[in-house]
Design a protein around this ligand. Sequence first.
Ligand SMILES: NC(=O)C1=CN([C@@H]2O[C@H](COP(=O)(O)OP(=O)(O)OC[C@H]3O[C@@H](n4cnc5c(N)ncnc54)[C@H](OP(=O)(O)O)[C@@H]3O)[C@@H](O)[C@H]2O)C=CC1
Ligand SMILES: C[C@H](CCC(=O)NCC(=O)O)[C@H]1CC[C@H]2[C@@H]3C(=O)C[C@@H]4C[C@H](O)CC[C@]4(C)[C@H]3CC[C@]12C
Length: 261
Amino acid sequence: KRVIVTGASTGIGEQIAYHLARMGAHLVVTARTEAKLKKVISECLKLGAASAHFIPGTMEDLVFAEQVVTKAGKLMGGLDMLILNHIAPVNLRFFNGDVASIRKVMDINFFSYITMTSAALPMLKVTNGSIVVVSSIAGKLITPLIADYSAAKFALDGFYSSLQKELQLMNVNISITLCILGFINTDSAVKSLSGIVENITPSPKEECAVEIIKGGALRQKVIAYPSSIYISMWNPIRTIQEYFILLTYNIDNITRNQQFS
Ligand SMILES: NC(=O)C1=CN([C@@H]2O[C@H](COP(=O)(O)OP(=O)(O)OC[C@H]3O[C@@H](n4cnc5c(N)ncnc54)[C@H](OP(=O)(O)O)[C@@H]3O)[C@@H](O)[C@H]2O)C=CC1
Ligand SMILES: C[C@H](CCC(=O)NCC(=O)O)[C@H]1CC[C@H]2[C@@H]3C(=O)C[C@@H]4C[C@H](O)CC[C@]4(C)[C@H]3CC[C@]12C
């Protein structure tokens, strides 16, 4: 399989790259820090990747986000899976009125995801491929001190859940997997939560990476890791209401008059 992994210089993304390498995938990894990416791809090649390339840059730049997909498509001769995982560094703090910083987080954590998805859709249509979106319990439940992060994760849920339904309606065979994660033991998460969140043991990033890949490969709509957080996402009223809302749509009319781009 030909896979792009974002935010792969460290943390969960790095582990996803290593697992995919062991499975013999073709890989393109991206993040800002070139030196770390070089190490990741050399490790991927040792582990058995069919090929491994890196494209360094910041996802704050949406032109870069688009270019990663087109360049990766050329390097690998197509695309089977897009794994969207990167996030801007998180500052746990009260909202201080700084709208510009929220906009920056939305660009990195949300708009770059949509930009990459849009650039990848034509290639994924050809391969009946998959999009995997790494999200958080903070995109399902309310938590303080991370209003910017949480806003972006809720937005991802809204956008990708809606896109999932559209693909289904238009009979486009691209799967979307939304990954809802609890506290994972990456260096950045452990460091920024130290002294703030107590009495929770973080789950291992290596196992988390496997569950993310499995969810994508099995074309599951949603996965939760650790599985104990599943209960907090369980919302049967929402599921029933969504079903009834869809019944009110004149699908034939919409599909006749609109093409999926
Ligand atoms: N760890 C946890 O407890 C949880 C994590 N998650 C989700 O899992 C995913 C991975 O989290 P985790 O591994 O902990 O994160 P890390 O902080 O360990 O890694 C973040 C990655 O994103 C990259 N990155 C940061 N800023 C930018 C930028 N401006 N442009 C491009 N890449 C950037 C970093 O590399 P570089 O600095 O080199 O650019 C790094 O590779 C995220 O989507 C997160 O929301 C969800 C719930 C819990
Ligand atoms: C405090 C949350 C965990 C609540 C809980 O009881 N979980 C049970 C379990 O995990 O088994 C944290 C769950 C997700 C965290 C946030 C997240 O999504 C990642 C960010 C990573 C960053 O490096 C640190 C801050 C985070 C926003 C982090 C904050 C705490 C959680 C909401």
